[in-house]
Design a protein around this ligand. Structure first.
Ligand code: ADP
Length: 312
């Protein structure tokens, strides 16, 4: 549904995005995750046809964003970081106006607006002035204007920024409910946002894609095998060496009376042997547990590695 190839954008001499490649299948909800300044908004603006690229190609629903921008705009709904709302307008009038901008025929206007109001939970407030709505409801109007013409693709840039926790949950639920009906790209600098709503994430840092995969596979891939934590009364060298010598063990780090035992990826675990080696060396095993790294740590590591490698 979306194909991005070798996409770059320079503002002056510096690339804001640098040779991005990714593709998104119909019906997918994909999170575009990266710290502030990573190049998310720049990418979203180019994919929606709002800004030209310096080089590279983008197709949306089979149309070239640069050559066939009208067809692309018909197939894309876009919620920019700052929603394009007219605060003095009435909700349903504004949605009619947004639908007309997207070439919805007059005969379909009412049905499309009703459907957008219903899907975003705005039917009760359809006659209200936008400026008088709460921030969460204003954001719903922003999403409604993005989907009023029933586009194949929805692009939402930081859709929950500035909302309170209850509103954040509501908007996330709303986005999830759009799955299947639209292909969705959601950009965010908040990891929880994408894990709560998306099936797949593309991680971007300093204008480059540093990872893209399903959330589960990304965690496993970066984990590079399992790590066990072994807490002992005494760290005996002989026991540590015996553990290091095990086939599945990649390395052992010792910190105080705790051993961090990292296994090689794709190796069958030798848990019993690790414990046995510690018992044989009379280390006095107090605790043995799987150390899970959170996706937060994975994200920080990915974006940190990238920022070390690129001059800013
Ligand atoms: P994000 O959305 O991930 O926060 P942006 O795409 O807004 O990142 O910005 C990526 C980089 O491009 C940043 O370094 C930002 O300062 C720079 N940038 C964005 N817009 C402009 C602009 N209009 N002119 C110059 N630099 C810009």
């Amino acid at each position: 549904m979306i194909e991005v190839k070798e996409l770059s954008k320079f503002y002056g001499p510096r690339p804001a995005i640098d040779r991005l490649n990714f593709s998104i299948q119909p019906g997918e909800i994909v999170g575009f995750l990266g710290p502030n300044g990573a190049g998310k908004s720049t990418t979203m603006k180019i994919v929606t046809g709002f800004m030209p690229a310096t080089s590279g190609t983008v197709t949306v629903a089979g149309f070239d964003v640069f050559e066939q921008s009208l067809q692309v705009k018909r197939n894309v709904g876009y919620l920019p970081e700052t929603p394009p709302l007219y605060f003095e307008m009435i909700v349903e009038d504004f949605l009619k106006f947004a639908a007309k901008l997207h070439d919805v025929p007059a005969s379909q206007l009412k049905a499309k607006v009703d459907s957008a109001l219903e899907r975003t939970g705005l039917t009760q407030v359809r006659k209200r002035i936008i400026g008088n709505l709460s921030k969460g409801y204003k954001q719903r109007v922003g999403i409604a204007q993005a989907l009023v013409h029933d586009p194949k693709v929805l692009i939402l840039d930081e859709p929950t920024v500035g909302l309170d926790p209850a509103q954040i949950i509501e908007i996330r639920e709303l986005i999830k409910s759009l799955a299947g009906q639209h292909t969705v790209i959601l950009s965010s600098h908040i990891l929880q946002e994408v894990t709560a709503t998306c099936q797949r994430i593309i991680v971007i840092s300093k204008g480059k894609i540093v990872a893209q995969d399903t959330i589960e596979r990304l965690t496993t891939q970066i984990n590079q095998g399992v790590i066990y934590g072994l807490t002992v009364k005494a760290t005996e060298t002989q026991g540590i060496e015996a553990i290091r010598a095990l086939k599945s063990v990649a390395h052992v780090d010792v910190s105080g009376n705790k051993l961090l035992v990292a296994l090689h990826p794709d190796q069958a675990s030798e848990r019993d042997q690790i414990i046995q080696a510690a018992v044989n060396a009379k280390m006095g095993v107090l605790d043995f547990a799987l150390e899970r790294r959170s996706l937060e740590e994975v994200f920080l590591e990915l974006t940190h590695e990238q920022s070390n490698g690129v001059a800013s």
